[in-house]
Design a protein. Structure first.
Length: 314
């Protein structure tokens, strides 16, 4: 997808000359989806019937992309969006996330960007600065925060257990995440492992500015394994592509007892209309109103990308 916006630069950000005011939050958010690939279509289908949102348009350069979304208007550029669009989802290719999000925020739109927030931390800092200058909300789609296994009781249990493991040498958490996709092992770091890097920080209440240290890393033909330290906690991260059915699992050392959590099917089942994606959008709406609960902020998304790149480059 091709979008024309000012070049992305590092360093201080000058305020734009004539920024539109952020849209007021009404009962329903007039929303658009940019990018109608597999994830974008999933977002659009969810939004089409989600209370609190009114899906008004989609943006994708491919005319065929919007076939199953009819009669939803399909536009080819962000500039063609109606002026009353108040919020938008960015589900383009990872490389276009920053460019598209910047264009939307400069229109006064609140933005939810699919993970990863960006692929260059300099772009992420620019995105956060632009959101602040334009008075809009920037969130990142780290949907695992809404996995039903992480109910309030489990979240409290894990955070309590983390206090006993800070500054210990043995791993507290072991994340394992695999996909059937055919790709290079290192691609899984920004595709899959970034989920678990965000979960590690969120589950253990680690601030976004806490440094990550890569203790060890091993890259195999199909997978990447890394041992890291973050917020005084040691964790093992494993991700890759093995051609088998997708899997995601978390093992926890809870006071010497091993707790194994299936992140793809264990725990409470979501009721229809109350799945992780619906909950993420409901929290996005709350975030716009200043009442964010779980949804990852722009800063959270940038922290996850920065830490993932450390693992990639170790």
């Amino acid at each position: 997808m091709t979008f024309t916006t000012p070049a992305l630069v590092d360093g201080p950000i000058d305020a734009p000359d004539a920024q539109p005011a952020a849209h007021r939050v009404e009962d329903d958010l007039i929303h658009a989806v940019v990018g109608l690939g597999r994830f974008g279509r999933t977002h659009a289908r969810k939004l089409a019937g989600l209370p609190g949102f009114c899906l008004r348009a989609a943006v994708d350069r491919s005319p065929a992309a919007g076939a199953e979304m009819a009669p939803l208007p399909l536009l080819s550029q962000v500039d063609e969006l109606p002026p009353d669009i108040a919020s938008a989802t960015v589900a383009t290719s990872d490389a276009a996330h920053a460019e598209v999000a910047l264009a939307l925020m400069r229109r006064g739109c609140h933005v939810l960007v699919e993970k990863p927030l960006c692929i260059d931390p300099r772009d992420g800092r620019l995105m956060i600065g632009t959101a602040r200058q334009c008075g809009v909300t920037l969130c990142t789609g780290h949907i695992e925060r809404f996995n039903p296994v992480f109910d309030e009781a489990m979240l409290a249990r894990l955070r309590h257990a983390a206090t006993g493991h800070r500054h210990a040498s043995r791993p507290f958490l072991h994340f394992r995440r695999y996909s059937a996709r055919d790709a290079a092992a290192t691609d899984s770091i920004l595709d899959l492992m970034v989920h678990d890097i965000d979960l590690l920080a969120w589950l253990c209440a680690v601030p976004t500015d806490a440094p990550l240290r890569v203790i060890a890393r091993k890259v195999g033909f199909r997978s990447v394994r890394a041992r890291v330290q973050l917020g005084g906690l040691v964790a093992d991260l494993e991700s890759g592509y093995d051609g088998a059915p997708p899997q995601a699992r978390l093992q926890v050392d809870d006071a010497g007892r091993e707790l194994s959590i299936d992140l793809r099917g264990g725990g409470r089942r979501a009721a229809p209309g109350d799945d992780a994606l619906a909950q993420q959008y409901q929290d996005f709406a709350r975030a716009i109103r200043g009442q964010r609960r779980r949804i990852a902020s722009g800063a959270d998304g940038l922290a996850a990308v920065t830490r993932a790149l450390q693992v990639l480059r170790a």
